[in-house]
Design a protein around this ligand. Structure first.
Ligand code: SF4
Length: 456
């Protein structure tokens, strides 16, 4: 068999089923191809496709295909894998993915790989594919100490690109897929490679977004990274995901601002301490306001994530979040109904209690749910309020957050470029609301739109 591999990063579809092209918020997840290329043995030929920019070449003569997806439309990735399988290719799936996507892709792919392969793991997977001894799963571990190949973005117009400084998270929240994969452990990346990647990103995009699930895993590392960015005068703007506890360290926040940090993405999840306790989330609600103020005072915008449907949530939980977001001047509130993620401890508990109401992976594919799981529906039986009340309150809060006056207020930044960036993010939230309305209508109509052909 020819030693050639084709790396395909799938895009996702709009509600009209057309594939999204060009740069978007979600393009930021496309780091799988740049991470894989440096690991491929020199005697293998490489082709790649970033579907956001080019069409997938189903006529490619590579016998081995590596597929990755953003997780927002796993069924599209399934269809892509399905076509390659029908052509007799050996198909792998992996990269940054949620465990639900992995369970769907397991239905069609020859093999799933977990983690971040290095050259040794990649060589083994490719050899196995060539020799007919491919394994259903590969546990590759975390291998991130090398520079990624950002040249794949050459010639494309991109606002911002992701970089990685760590993988895993020190915390063990029961609902989080990172707990499943890393169980409270994390790996910090050699700062030299982070800097090298940031310099690469600068050639293609003005803004870097750290993909780390917890940028604040290790305070001294965060400090050292920021100092290096300042010393080397990288002069880039960037954002990262952190727990709210970073807010208790104003000095570090100021350093981060000097290093270019302009936005932190904080998972508040709930304003009810009982809820957090029930899912092993270590944050303390009593500190939320003060810590958020410290982040804002350092000049850093806050994007806040909230989830509803926890065991102690009632209709009142929604208005509390609305008031909190206004009072703390969140630049962007992102809300979701809780989706039970297979493999997590919370999911397992809900299963034990007979409370999960989630389609099986096979049903996802058959019904072609275009967005992996609509985030405005209860996919489980809530405890403290009926699901229809929670869903109604959820959409009401979404409408309040995306009213034009609210959007404009939240989009006032420290200068014009930052205000434009905030406005774009907030308008995107409004756009998401429209998609949710549409998916709700489809769901209520019982729409089943497309059924893929079975694999021969
Ligand atoms: S802090 Fe965030 S990334 Fe870490 S385990 Fe909890 S939810 Fe997951």
């Amino acid at each position: 068999m020819k030693k050639k591999v084709y790396l395909v990063q799938c895009s996702y579809r709009k509600m009209d089923r057309s594939v999204v092209k060009g740069s978007s918020m979600i393009i930021n997840c496309t780091l799988n191809v740049p991470m894989l290329i440096p690991t491929i043995p020199a005697d293998w030929e490489i082709d790649f496709c970033l579907e956001n920019f080019t069409e997938i070449d189903y006529g490619n003569d590579a016998p081995v295909i590596f597929i990755s997806t953003t997780s927002s439309d796993m069924v599209h990735a399934y269809h892509v894998a399905h076509r390659f399988k029908a052509l007799g290719k050996k198909v792998f799936f992996g990269g940054f993915s949620d465990t639900m996507s992995l369970s769907v892709m397991k239905l069609i792919c020859d093999s799933i790989y977990w983690g971040n392969p290095d050259a040794a793991w990649m060589g083994k997977m490719l050899d196995d594919a060539l020799n007919g001894s491919i394994k259903p799963e590969y546990q590759c571990g975390i291998n991130i100490d090398f520079a990624f190949d950002y040249s794949v973005f050459e010639g494309e117009k991109i606002d911002h690109l992701i970089v990685v400084s760590s993988v895993g998270c020190r915390h063990r929240c029961d609902y989080c897929q990172h707990t499943v994969q890393y169980d409270g452990t994390y790996r910090l990346r050699d700062i030299d490679y982070v800097l090298e990647d940031m310099r690469s990103v600068k050639k293609f995009a003005g803004i870097a977004a750290f993909r780390d699930s917890n940028f604040y895993n290790d305070r001294e590392y965060t400090r050292a990274l920021c100092e290096r960015i300042i010393d080397e005068q990288l002069d880039m703007k960037w954002g990262a995901q952190c727990p709210i506890t970073i807010g208790k360290n104003p000095e570090l926040l100021k350093l981060m601002y000097r290093a270019g940090c302009r936005a932190l993405f904080i998972g508040y999840e709930s304003l009810n301490q009982e809820n957090l306790k029930s899912v092993n989330k270590p944050s303390l609600v009593k500190h939320y306001k003060a810590y958020t103020r410290n982040i804002r005072d350092a000049g850093i915008y806050v994007v806040g994530y909230f989830v509803f449907g926890w065991d102690y949530d009632t209709g009142e939980s929604f208005s509390r979040v609305y008031d909190f977001a206004r009072e703390t001047r969140l630049s962007l509130p992102i809300i979701n109904m809780y989706t039970p993620v297979p493999g997590t401890r919370f999911y397992n508990r809900l299963v034990e209690e007979g409370r999960v109401d989630l389609p099986a992976p096979e049903d996802f594919v058959q019904e072609d749910l275009i967005f992996s799981i609509p985030c405005n529906s209860c996919h489980y039986v809530p405890l403290s309020a009926p699901s229809d009340e929670l869903e109604r309150e959820f959409m009401r809060l979404y409408r309040k957050f995306t009213a034009p006056g609210q959007i404009l207020k939240r989009s006032i930044g420290n200068n014009i470029p930052e205000s434009i960036a905030l406005l774009k993010m907030n308008l995107n939230l409004r756009f998401e609301r429209r998609k949710l309305n549409r998916s709700l209508r489809l769901k209520n109509n019982g729409a089943k739109i497309h059924r893929p052909e079975p694999v021969a």
